[in-house]
Design a protein around this ligand. Structure first.
Ligand SMILES: [Fe+2]
Length: 405
């Protein structure tokens, strides 16, 4: 018999069924086919935001036939876990926060240039100066995380190495905040993310920016960068160990196929797990000398394909929920053929963000109107039918984000 259970009631041995339901429409349904391995797995999937799963009572090793009072789920208190977080409502509107976020972003970028240059020149990193910047990032993320995140895609500098440090730090702290980490955790996570690639300043630029495949020798040099970042930071007195672990483990993979130590599963620090998802997303969506930026929606599909292999179960999925299938700043076509810019994410319904409608079917400007796809009445319901490349249409999303409500 197939039963739907709240996530908190999932016990080791229960067999979860893959319902085949579209994950993007049912983001709170856990549907990895197979037995629940441990209570830790249940805890983990609840922490990742799953609320329910379908189980098959005829499969799995769980003792469904034991008298009710003896079943392990009786020990789980009803309704404690798995509550919905509710629609994400930013404290400050996008149009206001975008200006403050821009100041924080520009200041951070200048700092990244400084520390990368000084690390390359004399092996020194101004770790202490990072604390204030990470605090400012965190403040902005708390007010409206979409604002700072939108800037990670709007800045089209070719200075990838610098922007990448900042983008990964912004994405990691915002994602960590969404996962419910404490302020103190977020401060350390932000610092680890900021410096995760500082060791790349010691990799020769012709290897760093090589368009084609690296030779085995070049790849070995490249793979040394997490340890080099670690060594540069280790010099600092009193630097928390978890910052160092977040840095040195950011290329480790869930399945053990990463580097430098081939760590796997729970042996990889939480900070590194968060940084690695943000790192891959930013790398895919960034412009490089040898490749154009990938559309966020495509990058997220790739990320999803890496779930459970490169990334810990649930991490890629939760990241996509948090960012939305069409991240803020995306140019989208709606089901009525009008076009608009995504101005606010909606983790409760990743396919239904807020959109500033600004163009008709032929991309001609029309009077702008702000809509929230999740809150339209049923008879006016609209969907996103396609994500377009804003550069191809000569649209600067930044202009529209300043007008968003
Ligand atoms: Fe890296």
């Amino acid at each position: 018999m197939i039963k739907k259970l709240p996530a908190a009631a999932l016990r080791p041995g229960m067999h979860v069924v893959d319902t085949g339901l579209d994950w993007t429409e049912h983001p709170y349904l856990y549907a990895e086919e197979g037995e629940i391995a441990s209570d830790a797995q249940t805890k983990g999937l609840i922490a990742d935001g799953y609320e329910a799963a379908f189980v098959d009572t005829d499969r799995g090793s769980y003792a469904w036939n034991l008298p009710k009072g003896l079943r392990p789920e009786q020990q789980v208190r009803d309704g404690v876990i798995g509550e919905k977080t509710g629609r994400h409502k930013p404290e400050i509107p996008m149009a206001v926060e975008i200006h403050r976020a821009k100041a924080v972003y520009d200041e951070s970028l200048a700092f990244a240039k400084d520390f990368m240059t000084s690390a390359a020149k004399d092996g020194k990193v101004d770790y202490e100066a990072a604390a204030g910047l990470v605090e400012e990032m965190l403040d902005s993320v708390t007010r409206n995380y979409d604002a700072l995140i939108s800037l990670t895609k709007l800045k089209t500098f070719d200075e990838y190495t610098f922007t990448h440090c900042i983008n990964v730090s912004v994405l990691s702290t915002a994602f960590g905040n969404y996962l419910g980490l404490s302020h103190e955790d977020l401060r350390d996570l932000g610092a680890a993310a900021l410096f995760h690639d500082v060791g790349k300043s010691l990799v020769p630029p012709d290897i760093l920016n090589k368009p084609g495949k690296l030779t085995d020798q070049e790849f070995l040099i490249m793979q040394k960068h997490p340890e080099r970042s670690y060594r540069l930071l280790r010099e600092k007195k009193g630097i928390p160990k978890r910052i160092l672990r977040g840095i040195v483990e950011h290329h480790e993979k869930f399945n053990g196929a990463g580097y430098p130590r081939h760590l796997a599963g729970e042996d990889i620090h939480l900070f590194a797990r968060i940084i690695s998802v943000a790192d891959v997303y930013d790398a895919l969506t960034s412009r490089r000398v040898y490749k154009p930026p990938m559309m966020p929606s495509k990058a997220l599909t790739i990320l999803y394909g890496m779930r459970g292999k490169d990334f810990h179960p649930g991490k890629a999925e939760t990241f996509i929920k948090f960012l939305g299938i069409y991240p803020v700043g995306s140019l989208v076509r709606l089901s009525n053929n009008e076009h608009g810019i995504v101005t606010g994410s909606n983790p409760d319904a990743p396919l239904k963000p807020s959109v500033l409608v600004a163009f008709d079917a032929n991309m001609k400007a029309i009077p702008k109107r702000q809509i929230d796809l999740a809150e339209l009445p049923a008879k006016e319901s609209l969907e996103i039918s396609e994500c377009l490349d804003h550069a191809q249409f000569g649209v600067d999303p930044g202009v529209y984000l300043q007008l968003a409500q």
